[in-house]
Write a protein that binds this ligand. Structure first.
Ligand SMILES: NC(=O)c1ccc[n+]([C@@H]2O[C@H](COP(=O)([O-])OP(=O)(O)OC[C@H]3O[C@@H](n4cnc5c(N)ncnc54)[C@H](OP(=O)(O)O)[C@@H]3O)[C@@H](O)[C@H]2O)c1
Length: 265
C-alpha cells in the first residue's frame, strides 16, 4: 500500500486544517498534500497571488475549495479573524500547521533589536497567539498541532542567532504544550527540517551565486548528501497530523538527511 493511501485511510479525510505559510515552500507543499488526502483547508499567507496559486493546486487534486484568509500573522486582529473565519465556514478545527516563518542572518555583534523583534514576532509570538486561539476548538475535536521548527533549534550555528533562538523556543513550546494538552487528547509535535529548497534563504539575503554554493555545501552538511525537498517535509507533517501518529506527542522530529546527528570531524 502506498504511504499516501495509508494516510488517507487513517484520518485526514474531511478534517479541517489551518495551514500558515501556505503561499510558499513547506506550507504550500503541505497544503497540496493535505488536499490530496481529502482535508478541508484554511490557507494563510501574505501574498494573495501565491496563496491563490496554492489553492488552485489544491483544487486540481479534487479538494473542497480552500478558504483563503490572507494577512500578516503579527497582526493580532488578523490572527483572530483567521480562527473566526475558519469556525464560521466549517464549524470545527481538527489540525493546525504552523509553517509561516522567516530567516534572518546575523550574529550577536551584527544584529540589532529590531531584527530580533521581527524574527521573534513572526516565528514565536504569532505561533503562540494563533495556537492559543485554536486550542479550544482543537480540544473539542481531539485534534493535533504540527509546528515547523528547524535543525537550528536543536543544533547551534553561528551567524543566524535570532533564528536559532526562535526555533529552540518552538521546540520547547511544542513539548510544553504537548504536556499541557495531553489529558485533553490534543497532540502537539514539531518537524525540524534541515536545508530544504524554498524561497527562505534568498529572502534572507542570499543572492543566486551564494545560494548555489550553499546548496552545493549541503552535500557535506547533510549525511544523505543533499538538501531536502518540500514534499519530504510535507509527508512528515501529514503523518504527525494524522491518526497514523496517534500515540506520538511532544516530539521534535528531524527531517534533515541526518544533519542533527552529525559532528565536525
Ligand atoms: N527551507 C528551509 O531550509 C527550512 C529549514 C528549516 C525550517 N524551515 C522553516 O519552514 C517554515 C517555512 O519556510 P519555507 O522554507 O517554506 O520558506 P518560504 O518559502 O520563505 O515560506 C515562508 C512562508 O511564511 C509566510 N510568512 C512569513 N512571514 C509572515 C507573516 N508575517 N505573516 C504571515 N505569513 C508569513 C510567507 O508568506 P508570504 O510569502 O505570503 O509573505 C510564506 O508563505 C519556516 O518556519 C522556516 O523557518 C525552513
Amino acid at each position: 500500500m502506498a504511504a499516501e493511501d495509508a494516510l488517507r485511510i487513517s484520518s485526514l479525510r474531511d478534517k479541517v486544517a489551518i495551514v500558515t505559510g501556505a503561499s510558499s515552500g513547506i506550507g504550500a507543499a503541505t497544503s497540496v498534500l493535505f488536499a490530496k488526502l481529502g482535508a478541508r483547508l484554511v490557507l494563510n499567507g501574505r501574498d494573495l497571488g501565491s496563496l491563490t496559486n496554492t489553492a488552485q493546486q489544491c483544487g486540481e487534486c479534487g479538494a473542497v475549495e480552500p478558504l483563503l484568509v490572507p494577512g500578516d500573522l503579527t497582526d493580532e486582529e488578523m490572527v483572530k479573524m483567521l480562527v473566526e473565519q475558519t469556525i464560521s465556514r466549517y464549524g470545527r478545527l481538527d489540525v493546525l500547521v504552523n509553517s509561516a516563518g522567516i530567516l534572518t542572518m546575523g550574529s550577536i555583534e551584527t544584529t540589532d533589536l529590531a531584527q530580533y523583534d521581527k524574527v521573534m514576532n513572526i516565528n514565536v509570538r504569532s505561533v503562540y497567539h494563533l495556537t492559543q486561539l485554536c486550542v479550544p476548538h482543537l480540544i473539542q475535536t481531539k485534534g493535533s498541532i504540527v509546528n515547523v521548527s528547524s535543525v537550528n533549534g536543536q543544533r547551534s550555528f553561528p551567524g543566524v542567532l535570532a533564528y536559532c533562538m526562535s526555533k529552540s523556543a518552538i521546540d520547547q513550546f511544542t513539548r510544553c504544550t504537548a504536556l499541557e494538552l495531553a489529558s485533553k487528547q490534543v497532540r502537539v509535535n514539531s518537524v525540524c527540517p534541515g536545508v530544504i529548497i524554498t524561497e527562505v534563504h534568498r529572502r534572507a539575503g542570499l543572492d543566486e551565486e551564494q545560494y548555489a554554493k550553499f546548496l552545493e555545501r549541503c552535500k557535506e552538511t547533510h549525511a544523505l548528501g543533499r538538501p531536502g525537498k518540500v514534499e519530504e517535509v510535507a509527508s512528515a507533517i501529514a503523518f504527525l497530523a494524522s491518526d497514523a501518529a496517534s500515540f506520538i506527542t511532544g516530539i521534535n522530529m528531524p527531517i534533515d538527511g541526518g544533519r542533527h546527528a552529525m559532528c565536525p570531524r
